[in-house]
Design a protein around this ligand. Structure first.
Ligand code: PGA
Length: 236
């Protein structure tokens, strides 16, 4: 594991973007595992800047996102598909047909989970997975639990997660209670993982995840077992 500590969110974003751009230089048709949330926004901004400056090409990139809220259609501005379009896909030359986010409104959610796992398999797995971390140690929406999950599944969101994400919704009752998420097993099978966290609110959990006991009660702690993990933490 490589643990990079930096002072500012700008440095975190620049370093993270550099790792992604290096990956794309090495393999232009990389499968990127992408994350939503506030943490990677600066990284995506850096990628957009690189593209605008003619220094990045996303035309062959394939992507799979970690998760989506259940019951939130992609036209809703709180959906993670909407987030990805707005923060990255609409601003670079990625082919939207090559971008994937699980559907939160599939009639048969079990079938959707199976479809998503098969899709990731058919792409040959994930080359580089970007992760944020929840204050409760979740990755994707894999909440603290008694066991580490394997494939894509539907989860009931932890109250701490709902409270953290309430800032994006008008009222608490609008915050979804369920989500569909890629499993820990799939995340762990990515070739390389980049875990990002910033600010005081994440300091304790990132140290617990990286140096603490490996337990499903802190889902991110499993990442200690990955042999190509980079963690970037910024104080601000
Ligand atoms: P955040 O969310 O980047 O908005 O802090 C991270 C997460 O919950 O995984």
């Amino acid at each position: 594991m490589e643990f990079i500590k930096v002072k500012t969110y700008e440095e975190l974003s620049q370093k993270a973007a550099q790792i992604i751009l290096t990956q794309l230089e090495k393999k232009p048709n990389s499968v990127l595992g992408l994350a939503t949330g506030s943490t990677p926004i600066g990284t995506y901004d850096e990628l957009i800047k690189a593209y605008t400056d003619g220094k990045a090409d996303f035309s062959k990139v394939r992507s799979v996102n970690l998760d989506e809220y259940c019951g939130v259609p992609e036209t809703n501005d709180q959906s993670y598909r909407y987030f990805m379009n707005e923060h990255l896909f609409d601003k670079v030359n990625i082919d939207k047909a090559n971008t994937n986010v699980p559907s939160g409104v599939a009639e048969d959610s079990q079938a959707e989970c199976e479809r998503y796992d098969k899709l990731i398999e058919s792409l040959g797995g994930i080359d580089l997975q970007i992760l944020g971390i929840g204050v409760n140690g979740h990755i994707g929406f894999n909440e603290p639990s008694d066991e580490f999950s394997e494939g894509t599944h539907v989860v009931t969101l932890d109250e701490r997660t709902r409270n953290s994400n309430a800032r994006f919704f008008e009222k608490m009752s609008d915050v979804p209670t369920k989500a569909i998420t890629m499993g820990i097993g799939t995340i762990m099978s990515a070739e390389k993982i980049l875990l990002l966290a910033n600010g005081d609110a994440k300091k304790e959990i990132i140290e617990k995840a990286v140096y603490g006991e490996i337990t499903p009660n802190v889902p991110a702690s499993i990442l200690q077992k990955h042999d190509n993990l980079t963690v970037i933490f910024s104080e601000n």
